[in-house]
Structure formats: C-alpha cells, structure tokens
Design a protein. Structure first.
Length: 554
C-alpha cells in the first residue's frame, strides 16, 4: 500500500490501519463492556488497580521502575517473560482508554523475552544492562517490519526494512521493544493527534493533553504501561510531555544518543537538531538508559555520535550547588501552578544547603524567533507535500502556521545564513552571562544549572495550542536539559491572584489562556533543569539530587 489509489480515500486507509492495530490486542486483554469507563469519566489512571483485570503480581511488576525491573530479572526474582506480558497487558488497556499506541509488537516481544530467560538460565549472566526490560518507542523509531507513519496517511503501508540504530543498540543491551506510541502528524505540535490514529488522552483527565510530540510516550509511561520510553525533542517534545505527566526525562545534546535511521520531518535541516532521550519514572532510570546506551559505543555505529563514553566522575557533584532560578523569561511569567512548583523546589533546595540565585533567561524570546524562522524556512513545503500525497488535511494549527492557506514565502539562502549567525551570537552571549554568575554564586563556580518551567502552564485542554513556551533555547544552543516532576494542580492554591498584573501583552494572553485551575484539574506539574552542552552526566546527577531533595508532592 505504497500510495493512495483513486478508489480509496485517506479516511478509508486510516480506518484500515486502526483496525489492524486493534486486531493485535489479544481478546483476553480487551476491557469487558460492563466495566469500560464511560466517555464522561475523565480520570482513568487507577483503572488497572480498581478493575480487577490485573493480578497482584502484574500490578507489582508494572508499577515499579526500570531500574528495579532489570535488577529483579537479573537476580531471578522475576522472569523477563512475566514482566513483558504484564506490561504488554497494561499497554493494551492503556490503548483502549487513552489511545496512545501506534504499532503493537506483543508477540515478538514475548518471544524475545522467553529467549532472554533461556539465555540467563543457561549462561548464568545477562546479555547486557537492560536484560529483559520492555522499552516503548516513539513512533519515529523504526522496527524492521513495522510502519513508522509519524501520523501521515501517505506513510501507511511502508514498513521499515531496517531498525533504527538506537533500537538495535537497545536490543544489544538486552531491551525488549514491544510497542510504539502516538505523535502529532509532522511532529511539530504540542498535542499528539493525527488523521491516522487520532488523539491521545491524559489518563488523569481525558479532557487534557499529554503534550507533544512525544505525547504517546508520556501517556504510556505515566499510565504505568511502560517503564521507560524513548522520545525525541526539537523544541520541547520530551520536556513538555514529561512536565504534563509527572515524569523524569532528558533532552541530551546532539551526538550522545543515536538518531540514525529514524523516520523524521525536517530531514537535512541541521540548524536546530532533534535529539532522542529517555522518558521514565525515576532519575535512576534516566541514568540507566544513558549509561546503557553509552556502553554500546554508539559512535562506532553512527558517524554523528560523539566518541564520548559515560563519564562517571562527572556524576560526582560538589557538596553545595548553586542553581539559577528562572521565574519566566522576562516576557511571560509562569501561571500559578508552575510558580508554586518553582517555590517548592527553591525552598527545599535551600533547606538542604544549596544556593539559588535569580537568573531570568532573557535570551529565550529571541531564541524562539530564531527557531521558528528555521522551522519555517521552506514555507511548509514538506508538510504540504506529505499531506497532499493522501489528500488528508493538516491539523488547523499546522495549517495556519505552514499549510497552503498560510501563504508564507520561502526564505533565501542569505536569510537562512543570517538567522544561523544570530544563533552563534546568541550562544556567545549566553555563555558569557552564564560564566559571569561566578561572582554571584558564592561557590567559586558559575551556576550549576538553571531551573525553570518548560511551559508557563500545566497540561491544557485538547486543541488548546501553545501561546508561549520556554523550550526553544535548549535545542537552539544544544544544551543538556532534564525534566522532573514536582506537584499537581491544586484547585484551591492555584487561582490567579486578584492583584496580579501582566508584564506584557503576551503575559496577559498566557494567563487568560490558563484561566483557572479547574481547566487543568488533576494535571501534574514538572520543571526543567538546564546545564551546558554535553553535560549529560552532571544533569543526570542533578536530576537525582533534585529527586532526593525535592521529592514529589502528589
């Protein structure tokens, strides 16, 4: 099915693809109609525990962390097969409740798990640090024999002939791929919705998004239908979904994690690069993923990878850290839930003996201008080509931005070069200002990391759009950035103060967009910590420290 025939509409092709997906859910894992939550029940997060469909053992397995799973499989407490079966079952339930799955790989995963168990029994050792661990993958990542539609109808029926390099490296480390997750078509929206698979819902409030473009991954992991998922991030696509769903995540610098043989948009656009990284339930799991991939020496398989082994010595942090504290970017301030998360984090870090100084990243608005100009250099020609191929429409938000009706002009080579030069100048200013904080920290060093929200608001209602976010600087300057959970929206505490005054027209627009906490009920709230380029070890260690000191308040 390589092209759309005159006899078939895009709707027909998409419906057949959805039916194919549904057919791969075993009958014994279908939710009985008499206990299926009705559409008006928004909170389905605890359905697996309350439904009676899961054994105590299955619940115990699926509700732990990736780090615990690999330890228990290696020690023989659990078999890989029982772990994989349990998480596949929970993923099947997740799909029926929140529509987060694209490609199902259950049978192959169970067979691989069985082989891994046999190897461990015969050899008395694991094949690698991820032995037996089920890992979910954003739809972009190729598994040979499966489609990677990335939400385009015209990509249906074109299965990958070769797995992504990262997928193979994970398999070599012992991981078990079992499922792929939903994305927005084009990968360039803050919500995971497309004409092939539909819309992904937030399990804590199905009227809310789980973010984009790694929103299918964040839905799976927060629902405990995945221990560890692999997302990608070019403008916030790991950080935003993690913030919305209470996860830890990492947007590494380019070259630490392979991006080879990944289905993508903006192929050849290298002014601002997308990077792959983990989305998981604990800071330890971030470290597990990064160390395990580094141990496979990805630079021997992917010429774009940096020949940089995992540096354990860089994980050793000074006894006292100093964090920059970015309460907004000078143009837009965080809404009440994000402001409260910032204050919680600040107070707990200071109580633990660490320092915090104000560091507002005024460079962010310019970074956003530069990035959006890079993304629109072709005036939407790529997006239009891949939707025109099937006749499907672009989502209205994308149509307004880069669709045919947008009628924007392509940029000249000179325009592109000038924009890239702006990035170089901004990067130098950022470095100099970061270094200048040495005079303020009292540690003899510049700030160790910058803590701030990745968006000024918590998870929003569907089709809400993104009037503003803080996600552009990290990919533009290739800064290692981690995400961590803090709290959840509180209907009493997170009201807009009666004396609140906007600092700009955009600030006013964002606060009106937030509206009131009831619009975001049950939304989880996270923050981000940004380091320097190629500081994955340090940022991972800071995530662990923040996890230990700040904890999670929900």
């Amino acid at each position: 099915m390589g092209s759309v025939s005159e006899q078939e509409t895009w709707q027909t092709i998409a419906a057949r693809k959805q039916a194919q997906r549904e057919s791969k859910i075993p009958l014994e894992w279908r939710i009985p109609k008499d206990i299926l939550p009705s559409a008006d029940i928004n909170d389905v997060q605890d359905f697996p525990r309350l439904s009676g469909l899961f054994t105590d053992q299955e619940l115990a397995i699926t509700e732990t962390t990736a780090t615990d799973v690999v330890e228990k499989i290696a020690s023989g407490v659990w078999s890989s097969e029982e772990v994989v079966r349990a998480v596949c079952k929970r993923a099947a339930i997740a799909q029926q409740l929140i529509n987060c799955v694209t490609e199902i790989h259950f049978d192959e995963a169970i067979a691989r798990a069985r082989n891994l168990d046999e190897y461990l029994m015969k050899e008395g050792k694991t094949v690698g640090p991820l032995h037996g661990l089920p890992i979910s993958l954003k739809d972009q990542f190729n598994i040979a024999g499966l489609d990677s539609t990335i939400g385009y109808v015209s990509y249906i029926g074109k299965p990958a002939t070769k797995s992504s390099t990262l997928v193979q490296l994970l398999i070599d480390a012992g991981a078990v791929p079992y499922i792929k997750s939903n994305v927005p078509a084009t990968l360039m929206m803050g919500e995971s919705i497309n004409n092939v698979f539909g819309r992904t819902l937030n399990p804590r409030n199905r009227e809310l998004t789980t973010g984009g473009s790694s929103g299918g991954e964040s839905a799976l992991v927060t629902f405990r239908a995945s221990f560890l998922g692999v997302g990608t991030d070019i403008g916030g696509s790991i950080r935003h979904p993690c913030s919305y769903t209470g996860l830890f995540g990492l947007r590494p610098s380019h070259g630490r994690i392979s991006y080879q043989h990944v289905t993508n948009t903006y192929m050849g656009q290298e002014a601002v690069r997308s990077c792959a990284g983990p989305m998981c339930r604990s800071a330890k799991d971030v470290r597990l993923f990064m160390r395990s991939v580094a141990a496979q020496k990805p630079w021997l398989h992917d010429s774009q990878c940096v020949p940089l082994p995992w540096r354990e010595e860089e994980e050793v942090l000074p006894k006292q850290l100093c964090f920059g504290f970015g309460m907004g970017d000078g143009k837009v301030t965080p809404t009440p839930p994000l402001r409260r998360a910032m204050e919680i984090t600040k107070a707990k870090l200071m109580a633990a003996g660490h320092k915090v100084i104000d560091y507002v990243p005024h460079e962010l608005p310019e970074a956003a201008e530069i990035v959006f100009k890079m993304w629109s250099a072709d005036a939407g020609a790529e997006f239009q080509r891949d939707t025109d191929a099937s006749g499907e429409p672009l989502h209205p938000q994308l149509e307004d931005w880069l669709g045919h009706s947008a009628k924007i002009d392509k940029q000249s080579v000179s325009d592109t070069w000038q924009n890239q030069h702006r990035r170089a100048l901004l990067s130098q200013r950022w470095l100099e200002r970061w270094q200048a904080t040495t005079e303020l920290t009292g540690t003899g060093r510049p700030i160790d990391g910058l803590i701030m929200p990745s968006t000024p608001f918590p998870a929003v209602r569907h089709d809400g759009g993104y009037p503003w976010h803080y996600g552009a600087l990290a990919p533009l300057l290739d800064l290692t950035t981690g995400a961590f959970p803090v709290t959840k929206v509180d209907l009493e505490k997170d009201k807009v103060p009666t004396n609140w005054q906007p600092i700009s027209d955009k600030d006013k627009e964002v606060m009106e967009y937030y509206g009131k906490p009831e619009n975001h009920e049950n939304a989880l709230v996270g923050l981000a910590v940004t380091g320097r380029r190629l500081e994955e070890e340090k940022v991972t260690a800071m995530l662990q420290l923040i996890s230990d000191v700040v904890g999670v308040d929900y």
